[in-house]
Design a protein around this ligand. Structure first.
Ligand SMILES: NC(=O)c1ccc[n+]([C@@H]2O[C@H](COP(=O)([O-])OP(=O)(O)OC[C@H]3O[C@@H](n4cnc5c(N)ncnc54)[C@H](OP(=O)(O)O)[C@@H]3O)[C@@H](O)[C@H]2O)c1
Length: 321
């Protein structure tokens, strides 16, 4: 496994991380535990969760297996705050006041709940899950700075921020002498590249680590789905039909065919290319991929062995349209 520094920090994280939004939902405790144990075995040390994943169950499973299991020092745990935790679907306004968003009150209350569920006294990376237009950014970054000073949080990050929102946050921190965001988590893959316009160049300039989520487009970029064939039972696309609508377009099938051939001709899988293409950018210290089985962790960890040349990166990018 290869390790890189997170943005402007000294923190070393594995280039393949593990996303855990399936824990406690699509994956039960035993399935999640098997995946976590494989991460320990494969050197995957960067875990991504959130207070809102499976209503806190994802954090609880990590707490039980990693912290209670005596592996806390082996793992870098990133979690998030900011989504509605009042039970409504993500993106809907909280059913009760102060049950989501980026206010000092909500952050201070939720960090305690995450620490309790994770069975730890510190969070390595604490993200704001999304921009909150109703809370002044200074209130948010001051609350996060306080948590770093209190030792409850080691590093802070932003998730789903646009470039201007990240610029506003970082300059507010700098003007006030506060800890600033070290990473930006965004959707980024060979199929979804909007962030290349502004967020990625901004992050490169400011030495913010870009952490792509959905690097495999939910599994589409593994090549395990075929056009015109229903997704096999038990797969992500069968269990969450929204993914079908999101990724199974004619254009994406065409790109999948081309990048699949590119990888195959070089003795690699499409999934390996999906990771290697992202990791060719040094602004990206880690990609967080979900996994439902230990074998997927093994396969994904192996992808770090493939380093694309500049010509190969250009060749792949030209195929993406
Ligand atoms: N910040 C945010 O707003 C945000 C939003 C979404 C996600 N995230 C984070 O990003 C993480 C990753 O997202 P994701 O898991 O939804 O998407 P993903 O990494 O693009 O896809 C993961 C899925 O692909 C399949 N897979 C993985 N490795 C495989 C392999 N080697 N061979 C075959 N299939 C493989 C598995 O699906 P099967 O079920 O088919 O086995 C797995 O659940 C999440 O867990 C979460 O931590 C963050």
């Amino acid at each position: 496994m290869e390790y890189r520094r997170l943005g402007n920090t000294g923190l070393e994280i594995s280039t393949i991380g593990l996303g855990t939004n399936n824990f406690g939902g699509r994956s039960d405790f035993d399935e999640s535990k098997a995946v976590l144990n494989q991460c320990l075995e494969s050197g995957v040390n960067f875990l991504d969760t959130a207070n809102a994943y499976s209503a806190g169950k994802s954090e609880e499973i990590i707490g039980e297996v990693i912290s209670k299991g005596g592996h806390r020092q082996d793992m870098i745990i990133a979690t998030k705050v900011g989504l509605n935790v009042a039970g409504g679907p993500p993106g809907t306004p909280p059913a009760k006041p102060n049950m989501g968003g980026a206010s000092r009150l909500h952050i201070m209350e939720q960090v305690e709940q995450s620490l309790r569920r994770l069975q730890t006294d510190y969070i390595d990376v604490y993200y704001m899950h999304r921009w909150d237009p109703n809370t002044p950014i200074e209130e948010t970054v001051r609350a996060l700075d306080d948590l770093v000073h209190q030792g409850k949080v080691r590093y802070i990050g932003a998730s789903n921020y646009t470039a201007w929102q990240l610029a506003e946050a970082i300059h507010t921190s700098r003007n006030q002498g506060l800890y600033e965001f070290s990473c930006l988590q965004v959707e980024y893959s060979m199929l979804v590249r909007d962030v290349e316009a502004e967020a990625v160049p901004f992050s490169e300039k400011y030495n913010v680590g870009v952490i792509p989520f959905f690097p495999l487009a939910g599994g589409f970029l593994t090549g395990k789905y075929s056009q015109g064939v229903d997704p096999a039972e038990g797969t992500r696309f069968a269990k969450t039909p929204m993914f079908k609508d999101r990724y199974m377009s004619d254009k994406n099938w065409d790109v999948l065919g081309k990048v699949g051939s590119f990888a195959g001709e070089r003795g690699h899988s499409t999934a390996e290319l999906a990771f290697a293409w992202l990791l060719a950018n040094p602004t990206i210290p880690s990609v967080i991929a979900g996994a439902t089985k230990p074998e997927q962790v093994v396969a994904n960890a192996k992808a770090t062995e493939w380093k694309l040349t500049a010509d190969e990166v250009a060749g792949v990018t030209a195929l993406l349209g």
